[in-house]
Each structure stands twice: as C-alpha cells, then as structure tokens.
Design a protein around this ligand. Structure first.
Ligand SMILES: Cc1ncc(C[n+]2csc(CCOP(=O)(O)OP(=O)(O)O)c2C)c(N)n1
Ligand SMILES: [Mg+2]
Length: 292
C-alpha cells in the first residue's frame, strides 16, 4: 500500500498557528500509517514506543527544527538526538518525510543490507545525528554537542528525546548534572513519559517520581505538557526556542501505542507486529482520525 504524503504547508514560520497545528497533525497521522506498514512488512519493530513519540517527533521535524535535508552536515543545523533509539519506525518515517532520503527506502526497514537498521546509525543514514539503541547514550552525546555549541558561540539548538524507562540509566543523570552545571540553554530534553518500559510500568520497576523535582534539582527548567496535543507541543517548543540560561526538560505525558486503540497503554505492544485483522483495524482508526 502506498501512503501518499499529505500536501501540507512548509514549516512553521509565516503560517498561522492553526495552519501549523493542522500541518503537524497531518504529518503525525502519515507517520503512524507509514511506521505501522514498515513494522508489518518487516515482521518486527517497536510500535508502542514509536506511537508514543510520533506527535513529538512530527512537531519537531515538520515545524520546529531548522535544517536542510540536502545538507545534513550543515554546521548551523539544529540537532535532534533520538536517545530512545529503539523507536526507529518514528524516526525513519520523519526523516523520509523531511526529505533526507526517498520515502520508498522505508520499504527496506530491517532488511539485510538496508541502511534502516533496528537502531539508527549515523554512518549509514543522513539525518541521524548519533548512534543510539543502547539506552542511556543519547543524552550524554547531546550534552557534548551542546557544550561545543556553547564554546563555539553558535546558535543551533539541541533537542533530545528520551524514554522514561531510559531514565533509569545512571549515565542520563551524570549528563543532566553536567548540563545543569554548564547552563546549557541551547539544550532541550523531551521525556516521552508513557509510564511503561519494556515489560512493565516504570513506577513498579524503579520509580521515577517525583520526576520534575529531579530535573529541577539538577539545575534545569521543567515544563509538563500533553505529548499528543499538537497545539500544546508547538507552544512549548516555541517557548523552548527563546534564549535561555538553563537547559530545559519537557515532560511530555504520552501513551504507549497512541492512536491505535488496542495498542494503547499496553506493555505487550512494546515489541509486536499486528496481524492482518489488527493492521486493517489500525488503518481504519487512523484514517477515521484524519476525517474526524
Ligand atoms: C542499555 C540497554 N538495556 C536494555 C535495552 C533493551 N530495551 C530496549 S527498549 C527498552 C525499554 C525502554 O523503555 P522506555 O525508555 O520507557 O521506552 P519507550 O517506553 O518509549 O519504548 C529496553 C529495556 C537497551 N536497548 N539498552
Ligand atoms: Mg516508556
């Protein structure tokens, strides 16, 4: 099945707020359809975490981030680091939609010799900032990138998307402490707060709460938002792009599997592949969402 790119206005600047919301909404819906097809075709994937992150990533790639897909190494580009590197369905569909490589290449997801590995690899694929997949690596690298920006007095921004289960890695807090100490105002972390990790709830496994207080104690600003509300995400990201003297943590309250009813808030869909009937239901639900 070919899922066409929805014709939408170009990125945020110069468009009304309503047009920006509508653009991100269309793109997120397209990403959901596209990443589910990738997972079904590949016979494997992480649909739960892909779908919880989709609205955040769509807002960044199709409105907020400044980049030129034809020049993926342009020094002035904003950086996006996918610290929750297992969610490549969401990342690759956004990169293809943003023009980093042809959409048709998404069909090679997880196939032998494909550039579209289960975990993103910057040496293979344009647009991938750093290799991730082992949890706890993306934020430390992003802090290094933001320190370089601070030293070089350049104005690019660094955005990092982390899972909430990923915050059980000690390396994340070591990096957070340094970012607070250095006052890395160009750095923004978004926590995909879906409250599930691989097989269980975060709070039953190794509780994170009070999560906002932890970031505050490490010298960060913190804001909480609904990670599926495109208008709210745009407002929070617009504010995040203003000059700051501290790093910012956005706790985005999300739902694993969001947008596909039988996957929502189910640990069992961390991994998983819909069967034919489930896939048909998922497509029907997502298409209905766009015509609602
Ligand atoms: C260091 C490390 N340990 C274990 C894993 C296996 N693993 C992949 S995803 C995952 C759960 C991650 O949960 P979370 O960060 O909350 O991601 P999300 O809910 O967004 O999928 C685990 C344990 C890994 N990739 N890296
Ligand atoms: Mg999680």
């Amino acid at each position: 099945m070919m899922i066409p790119l929805v014709p939408v206005p170009e990125k945020g600047v110069g468009h009304s707020f309503d047009a920006r919301v509508s653009n991100v909404r269309s793109r997120a819906n397209w990403m959901r359809l596209r990443l589910l097809k990738m997972i079904v075709d590949a016979g494997q994937g992480h649909p739960g975490g892909d779908l919880s992150a989709t609205d955040i990533i769509a807002t960044l790639y199709f409105d907020i981030l400044r980049f030129d897909a034809a020049r993926p190494d342009a020094p002035e580009r904003d950086r996006f680091v996918m610290s929750k590197g297992h969610c490549t369905g969401a990342l690759y569909s956004a990169l293809a939609g943003a023009g980093y490589f042809p959409e048709v290449e998404l069909d090679s997801y997880l196939q032998p010799e494909s550039r579209l590995n289960g975990h993103p690899n910057r040496t293979y694929l344009p647009g991938v900032e750093t290799n991730t997949g082992p949890l706890g690596h993306g934020l430390p690298v992003a802090v290094g990138i933001a320190i370089a920006a601070q030293i070089d007095k350049t104005d690019y921004r660094v955005f990092v998307l982390t899972g909430d289960g990923e915050l059980q890695e000690g390396s994340m807090w070591e990096a957070a402490m340094l970012a607070g100490h250095r006052g890395l105002g160009q750095l923004t972390v978004i926590v995909d707060r879906n409250r599930l990790q691989q097989g269980a709830r975060t709070e039953d496994t190794n509780a994170l709460e009070p999560l906002a207080d932890k970031w505050l104690a490490f010298g960060w600003d913190v804001v909480e938002t609904d990670g599926h509300n495109h208008a709210g995400l745009l407002q929070v990201f617009d504010a995040a792009c203003l000059p700051r003297s501290k790093p910012l943590c956005i706790i985005a309250n999300t739902q694993k599997g969001h947008g596909v009813s039988f996957m929502e808030d189910q640990a069992s869909w961390h991994h998983g592949v819909p069967n034919a009937a489930q896939y048909a239901q998922a497509i029907a639900e997502l298409e209905a969402e766009m015509t609602a």
